[in-house]
Design a protein around this ligand. Sequence first.
Ligand SMILES: Nc1ncnc2c1ncn2[C@@H]1O[C@H](COP(=O)(O)OP(=O)(O)OP(=O)(O)O)[C@@H](O)[C@H]1O
Ligand SMILES: [Mg+2]
Length: 281
Amino acid sequence: METTLTTPDLHTTSGDQPVKIRLRNLTKQFTTGGGPVTALDDVSLDIPSGCFFMIVGPSGCGKTTLLRILAGLDTPTSGSVEVSEPAAGRPGNSMVFQGGSLFPWMTVFENAAYGLRMRKRPKAEINEVVGHYLSRTGLSKFSHAYPHQLSGGMQQRVSIARAFSNDPDILLMDEPFSALDEQNKLLLQEELLRIWEETRKTVLFITHSVDEAVTLGDRIMIMTAQPGRTKQIVDVPFARPREVLELRALPAYGELVYSIWGQLREEVQRARTQDEGSVKS
Ligand SMILES: Nc1ncnc2c1ncn2[C@@H]1O[C@H](COP(=O)(O)OP(=O)(O)OP(=O)(O)O)[C@@H](O)[C@H]1O
Ligand SMILES: [Mg+2]
């Protein structure tokens, strides 16, 4: 088993960009009281540098497990993970979790500054960088507020400001907007697109929403029901910068969403049949 998490540049390419993340035959099994559970099964993937890479798949297909392995929070059972080394002094990745990942005893500013402070960056740099991202996420006025004084959408904006302030090589986002109402989701998608345009970081973004995947992504991986495998990888052809509402008005947008839904629906139905089977047995 090979689990290299930092290797020198991976030069081989798929397309023009160098490969940032390379997975080969990645498998993850969990041991549970009910026997072994295969969360990921033989996933092989190249993600180019600067790609906004979306992952969709039915509940329980291993999406979070994949992100946790990339974040170094979990290890694969077999297969290999290679990630090209970040520039000196820059963290490899930052993860944005679904809700509830802020420190409740820290202010908005302190939360957003956490990664930079841990890396002992100079105070002037922290003030400038964090100030920039709090402004970009519309939170400047709330920099001294505490998380419990914010709405769910504002808290997610702090998580995003924290992740970008940390300036990681790779951003790992696990359903960051799924708990939000439609209006706030739309605004945050637009904000994320604008901030990402400035940095063009490599992003891995999990979502249950096909609309969100097509709106944000360059490439979408559709996963099978458990055990999670790659069912299909779809390139999103729309030019950037993107305006969310304009994009959604395009006939080609609707066609792409429809075709991805067709693929995903089969897997969601399969996952439901599996669940019903396991309840009966
Ligand atoms: N620590 C663990 N111990 C045992 N089983 C686990 C563990 N973590 C995940 N699993 C199992 O692995 C499978 C994949 O879980 P994972 O959380 O990656 O799914 P997911 O695709 O993120 O689902 P969702 O869309 O519901 O968030 C599930 O069957 C889950 O029960
Ligand atoms: Mg998950």
